[in-house]
Design a protein around this ligand. Structure first.
Ligand code: PGA
Length: 258
């Protein structure tokens, strides 16, 4: 019997929104999502807004906070970096690790990604590990090899318990910010492959419970169909999360049909 997994929708603001813009955003977004309890919601604003968002949301929020990046080092002479402890201090629960923009534009390697992931786990932050193939890799029929090698590089050797803390986001690089979305069938195929591979790394019980999100040009109009696929447990939304109403529609699309 399939195990029901609570849907998970995260909004990655990227380098958008100032700290003074988040209050009106939250007012509108909270109103629109007030009645939704069936979905885990995570907001991932820039570092400079984390404190404000945390303050507005207060203690026992149903909307959780995530960070877009983090240092793999605990503290010290690393000018410009932000540590896990600094994030924890602001009640941040999740951190994106290995986003393709970090890999592509900021030179993060599989090794960097793994170090950040381990630091996050050791600091009680839950990593959202982003993986996905480029267009050339898909055209060459290499997408599964890429997913497998990224998963292995990040997770191999970790305990099943540690892996159970990780949320995976499948984000085909060619679909990010391009308006091109993977078809529900393409995404489902990749998600099912990822779940099988998690099973090999951590056992089927962990794999069956793992949340695997789809990311790449998710919008209010394609969200429901994507998230109704068996192995798609939610979405990591970039551009479309900047509009509080539109993002609330995506969250609503994650609510299971009665
Ligand atoms: P997008 O970004 O929704 O703007 O395509 C997704 C992401 O990068 O997480």
């Amino acid at each position: 019997m399939a195990i029901p997994r609570k849907k998970f929708v995260a909004g990655n603001f990227k380098m958008n929104t100032t700290s003074s813009e988040v209050a009106p955003y939250l007012e509108s977004f909270r109103l629109e999502t007030e009645k939704i309890n069936e979905v885990d919601i995570v907001l991932i604003p820039p570092f400079t807004s984390l404190s404000k968002v945390s303050e507005i949301l207060g203690g026992a929020q149903k909307i959780r906070l995530g960070a877009q990046n983090m240092s793999s080092e605990a503290k010290g002479a690393y000018t410009g970096e932000i540590s896990a402890a600094m994030l924890r201090d602001l009640f941040v629960r999740y951190v994106l690790v290995g986003h393709s923009e970090r890999r592509r534009l900021f030179g993060e390697t599989d090794e960097t990604v793994r170090r950040k992931l381990v630091t996050a786990l050791n600091s009680e932050l839950r990593p959202i590990l982003c993986i996905g193939e480029t267009l050339e890799e898909r055209q060459a029929g290499q997408e599964k090899n890429i997913l497998e090698s990224q998963l292995r590089a990040a997770l191999e050797g970790l305990s099943a318990e540690e892996i159970s803390e990780v949320v995976i986001a499948y984000e085909p690089v060619w679909a990010i910010g391009t308006g091109l979305t993977a078809t529900p069938e393409q995404a489902q195929e990749a998600h099912s492959f990822i779940r099988d591979h998690l099973g090999k790394l951590a056992g089927t019980s962990v794999a069956n419970k793992a949340r695997i999100l789809y990311g790449g040009s998710v919008t209010p109009s394609n969200a429901r169909e994507l998230m109704s696929q068996e192995d798609i447990d939610g979405a990591l939304v970039g551009g479309a999360s900047l509009d509080p109403r539109g993002f609330a529609e995506i969250v609503a699309a994650a609510v299971p049909a009665k």
